[in-house]
Design a protein around this ligand. Structure first.
Ligand code: SF4
Ligand code: SF4
Ligand code: SF4
Length: 277
């Protein structure tokens, strides 16, 4: 019983991802989905197990395990554009596979269950940004959030134009756009982090994927909540949050509530053990 309680989260995640793996394998008649979601679920379960065993870098292990797989294997070696442009590309092509499935699971419907878990445990942009020295923002939050809508519309217009003007060799163009897009993301992400002294500045202001992630994660089932009876308002949790979430407020409308990446820094920092997932 004790074992089950301690490892409930990794077992649950493994079960969820294995279910998705089997369902998609059978539905799409493609064994790749079995391998893909088993691998990702395995990485997440491993990270949660390490976390339960209090290993300090558990989250980084998952981030690199999933992030490198998606960037190097799916993106560069298999030529799948898993960025938002790839999502539009498959959507406009009328094909429900690769990036469309990835977006449906990780970024559109999945966040109804696990919020911005993608951002905390799998994103290959953030896996690099999280290595930078500004783990907690050192300057007040800026009112730059509107930029995400501009990048979102630009990505949509870019892919729309490729179809509208019947650009030849679309697969090659999408592969090149994956490489160039990632270079731009890393350059902008690192530049903003250094400029604003905030590792996650790109996530807060620029990333177009948050246009999908934020509304869905508002309704997330898995979220950090506080036990008000235990909380002594010491403020330690808010100091360590990379996303400036007010986790001491249980309301869904709490400040920056849709920014939580489930990193658990606040939960670990609370001296009264007042926070939990
Ligand atoms: S906000 Fe964008 S860049 Fe940041 S972790 Fe999420 S998907 Fe990645
Ligand atoms: S510190 Fe807490 S509230 Fe902030 S992102 Fe991490 S888990 Fe979410
Ligand atoms: S660290 Fe714990 S006790 Fe302190 S304000 Fe946060 S939830 Fe309350």
């Amino acid at each position: 019983m004790k074992f089950l309680k301690k490892y409930a989260a990794p077992l649950l995640m493994l079960a969820v991802f294995e279910t998705v793996a089997v369902v998609l394998w059978l539905l799409m008649d493609n064994i790749f989905y079995l391998f893909n979601f088993t691998y990702i679920g395995g990485c997440i379960a491993l990270g949660l197990t390490l976390y339960a065993r209090q290993y300090k870098h558990a989250r980084l292990v998952v981030q690199f395990g999933v992030g490198l797989y998606m960037l190097l294997y799916l993106g560069l070696m298999s030529g799948e554009n898993m960025q938002i442009e790839g999502f539009w590309y498959y959507l406009f092509s009328g094909v429900f596979e690769a990036a469309t499935i990835h977006y449906a699971v990780a970024k559109i419907f999945g966040p109804l269950l696990f919020g911005r878990g993608w951002c905390g445990y799998a994103c290959w942009t953030a896996m690099v940004l999280d290595l930078l020295p500004y783990k907690r923002p050192r300057s007040p939050r800026k009112k730059f959030g509107y930029i995400r809508y501009i990048t979102f519309i630009l990505s949509l217009l870019f892919v729309g134009a490729l179809f509208l003007f019947h650009v030849p060799g679309l697969e090659r163009v999408m592969f090149l756009s994956f490489i160039i897009g990632n270079i731009l993301y890393y350059a902008a992400g690192i530049g903003l982090a250094v400029w604003l002294k905030d590792n996650r500045a790109f996530c807060k202001y620029v990333c177009p994927v948050t246009v999908f992630l934020k509304p869905a994660s508002y309704y997330a089932r898995i979220r950090v909540t506080v036990n008000q009876d235990k909380c002594v308002s010491c403020g330690k949790c808010r100091k360590v949050c990379p996303m400036e979430v007010d986790m001491t407020d249980n309301s869904r409308k709490r400040t920056n509530g849709t920014e939580c990446i489930l990193c658990m820094a606040c939960v670990d920092s609370c001296p009264k053990k007042a926070l939990k997932l």
